[in-house]
Write a protein that binds this ligand. Sequence first.
Ligand code: SF4
Length: 285
Amino acid sequence: MPFEIHKSVGCRFAIILTTRCNNHCLYCHSMTNYEDFFNYDFVKQETLKNIPKDAVEIQITGGEPTIVPYFADLLKFLRQNYPRTKIKLQSNVRMLSIKTFFDKIKSCIDLIQTTFNSNKPEIFDELTRVKGSFQQVVNALKIIRETNLDIYFNILIFKQNYKHLKDTVKFLRTLFPDKHILLDYPIYLNEALKNKERIYVSLREIRPYVQESLIDDRVFVYNVTPCVFDEKFRTQVVKQGFIHDDRYVYPLPNCNSCVLKQNCNGYYRQNLLIFKNYSDFKVIK
Ligand code: SF4
């Protein structure tokens, strides 16, 4: 894959640093492969060429960016060249369980986004397909919580974890009492599509379990439309604002007349094509 820097509205950028990853998640929707890392000088040049000095946010993502040999140097480079920009790391955080590594990079990051799909080690490791990944991530989270770094979590919803979402939220609350948690419905592309028989669970099935997991006002639902839920839970459905793109469609012909449309991003076009789950949505008058 060519080197990519994505721009979204609000002068936010994402650097896709690699397509390689140290996990092999059953649900990965990215194009992962094992091509060589990009040349570091080239990455720096492209960054300066494509990202203006007044960027609001630069997200470093992948694949798994922390496995790139010059990852720590790149973070330092970004801090020096973009001192007023928020630096966000999207990572599975396994590498951050190495304290010396984390100490090297922590002052160059403002926000971490990570995925934590289950409080049950065997389910967590089944989904990542890396034995021991649960323990590594928990170790990393314990190190991260000793700092002032901001962090938020996505819990992706599958057949394996949907019945214990609430326990997973509570587990995260024991470590991070006030950080945002997004209950996130996956898009079925690439590896996720290949493994759909093993991991797919419908919106109808997850509904009660998602609702019972909204235990405080910092737990949200992501990538599911508000009409799927009872009225009192709809305020906790996140409208993604800046990332609305052509991956989303309004599923019903009469969505235009729905009173919730202002707060609805639509639903993944890709999922509708595969599962044809139109009956999960209901126009609210
Ligand atoms: S009926 Fe359509 S517009 Fe209304 S919330 Fe559902 S998907 Fe969104």
